[in-house]
Design a protein around this ligand. Structure first.
Ligand SMILES: Nc1ncnc2c1ncn2[C@@H]1O[C@H](COP(=O)(O)OP(=O)(O)OP(=O)(O)O)[C@@H](O)[C@H]1O
Length: 321
């Protein structure tokens, strides 16, 4: 449904996106995460045809992203979406439906249905007078007036209270279950982990990891084993009435077991601690300096145009650097 090959965007001398490649399958929820300035919004705006890439190919719903015909298949939710404050939700959405040339009757039904599904109250109140959560819901409804196949949502839950956030994320899942393809960016990794089928991590303009969350965790995170023994061993520290060693491999667990048995005790519990996506992410982001300078000149000096791998096998987490 979406195919991006060697996407590169340079502003003046500054390299905002350094050659990223990824595919998104129909009905998939694909998350783009990364620290501030990583290049997430630039990537999303390129998909939406709002930013012209410096080089690379971007296909959305079978069209080049720059092709105006693509727009009718796309719903784009920008990070900030100022609404016309004097309009009501209803008149505002109708206005957009008209822009997309949706026949009046279809538009009325679709708008009412979407507002019902979003449980939007106060439909006839001025948009200037409604809460931030409601405004976001109206912006989401706007992204759906043309019944698009592809939804591109930049930080859909940014700045919302936990209840509305949850609502928006569940709604996103429903849209994908109904067959829509969703690409969204987020800072909150818990949301990404909860909602996305696959994730791409960007840092300093480069794609540094991608795959399912378990794949990324396996590739980049370190699983810790907490090994509890009945006797002290050189590897353990006191932990309540027992002793505990924190190790990172099963071989190390065996060493603790042998030490405990030599000391006349046993290992009586082993617990596995998976790193959170947040921990994995911080670890990946900490490697950002290794990506090198972010200017066209800096890249030439390094002798590599991209600084990051850009193969087209989205299921395989990439090697770092
Ligand atoms: N029009 C522009 N002109 C010059 N530089 C730009 C422009 N748009 C973005 N940039 C720069 O490109 C880099 C990537 O920006 P982008 O908005 O894509 O990052 P982001 O990952 O979405 O960040 P955030 O999480 O802060 O929204 C940033 O350093 C930004 O300052």
């Amino acid at each position: 449904m979406i195919s991006v090959t060697d996407l590169r965007k340079v502003y003046g001398e500054f390299v905002a996106v350094r050659g990223s490649s990824f595919d998104v399958e129909p009905g998939e929820i694909f998350g783009i995460v990364g620290p501030n300035g990583a290049g997430k919004t630039t990537t999303l705006k390129t998909l939406a045809g709002l930013v012209e890439p410096t080089s690379g190919e971007t296909t959305v719903a079978g069209y080049d992203a720059a092709d105006p015909a693509m727009r009718s298949h796309l719903g784009f939710l920008p990070e900030e979406s100022p609404l016309y404050e004097d309009m009501t939700a209803h008149s505002y959405l109708r206005f957009f439906a008209d822009l997309y040339e949706v026949p009046r009757e279809v538009a009325d039904e679709r708008v009412a249905d979407t507002l019902d599904r979003l449980e939007l109250e106060h439909r006839d109140r001025r948009l200037g007078d409604v809460s931030k959560g409601m405004k976001r819901k109206v912006a989401i409804a706007r992204s759906l007036v043309n019944d698009p196949d592809v939804l591109i949502y930049d930080e859909p839950a940014s700045g919302l209270d936990p209840l509305t956030t949850n609502y928006v994320l569940e709604f996103t899942k429903e849209l994908a279950a109904a067959g829509k393809t969703v690409v969204f960016s987020a800072h909150n990794l818990y949301h990404v982990e909860d909602v996305c089928d696959r994730v791409m991590v960007m840092n300093r303009g480069a794609v540094v990891a991608r795959g399912t969350v378990p794949e990324i965790r396996e590739e980049y995170g370190i699983t810790e084993y907490h090994v509890y023994t009945t006797v002290p061993t050189p590897e353990t520290a006191p932990a309540g009435e027992r002793h505990r060693a924190v190790v990172e491999s099963m071989d190390a667990v065996e060493i603790v077991r042998e030490s405990a048995e030599r000391a006349g005790g046993i290992v009586d519990d082993i617990r596995t601690r998976e790193p959170s996506l947040e921990e994995v992410f911080l670890d990946i982001a900490a490697d950002g300096d290794a990506l090198g300078p972010r200017t066209v000149d800096g890249e030439t000096e390094r002798g590599t145009p991209d600084g990051a791998p850009s193969d087209h096998t989205p299921d395989a987490p990439e090697a770092r650097r």
